[in-house]
Design a protein around this ligand. Structure first.
Ligand code: SF4
Ligand code: SF4
Ligand code: SF4
Length: 201
């Protein structure tokens, strides 16, 4: 294996150095007003009609922040609270003795669920669940986003730049790599802050 630093390592180092060297500019941005944001209408993983099996994981691999500043977010108002959620379960996995998929989809086990009300084991089709993302585990790989789309899902899970994690690089490295120009810059008052990312006890 080469000892040469990877492009990402170099960029990460440059970004960290830039935190000090260009502090004035970053401070200006932090107050000022411009944020990077994922446009779900452009992102391959959330865009309707994109049906590739593998999700695009460039938001994970290209971000200069460890684990990435991008996370999956479930917009509860759009979620169907399905019993067999195609983002929670790997619906291509073998069916278990209860008739449910035997494997979860998320490689980091970052999607959790809780029954809404009392779950009835005799009538699973009428059980509904609240799904939420464990933000400390999620790395924004996009697999769940790709699966939570019509016709199986309702598109309630999307990728968001977490502003409390993002160092607001002058030229976001994800933006450079993104095949769909889905990383866009927006003014602060138009930025989508993620109230849906909740810490559930
Ligand atoms: S790099 Fe672009 S297409 Fe890929 S997951 Fe990120 S926003 Fe979506
Ligand atoms: S984006 Fe990836 S790591 Fe995050 S919840 Fe979805 S599948 Fe899991
Ligand atoms: S601007 Fe934010 S999301 Fe983009 S590479 Fe830098 S830290 Fe990551």
């Amino acid at each position: 294996m080469s000892d040469q630093p990877t492009r990402r390592t170099v960029l990460r180092g440059a970004a960290v150095l830039g935190l000090g060297g260009a502090a004035g500019l970053l401070v200006k941005k932090a107050h000022g007003q411009i944020f990077w944001q994922v446009d779900p209408a452009r992102c391959l993983n959330s865009r309707l009609g994109e049906t590739t099996v593998e999700a695009c994981n460039l938001c994970t691999s290209e971000c200069v922040v460890g684990l990435s500043a991008v996370r999956a977010v479930n917009e509860y108002s759009r979620c169907g609270r399905c019993n067999i959620c195609p983002a929670y379960f790997d619906i291509s996995s073998a069916v278990d003795e209860k008739g449910m998929p035997s494997q979860k989809l998320c490689p980091r086990d970052a999607i959790q669920r809780k029954p809404i009300g009392k779950a009835d084991p005799e009538d699973p089709a009428n059980n509904f669940y609240e799904y939420f993302i464990d933000e400390d585990k999620c790395d924004g790989c996009g697999k769940c986003v790709m699966k939570c789309k019509e016709p199986l899902g309702l598109g309630s899970i999307v990728l968001r730049v977490r502003y409390d994690r993002c160092v607001n690089c002058n030229r976001c490295t994800i933006s450079t790599a993104c095949p769909k120009n889905a990383l866009i810059q927006v003014p602060q008052d138009e930025a989508l802050h993620p109230p849906e990312i909740l810490r559930h006890g």
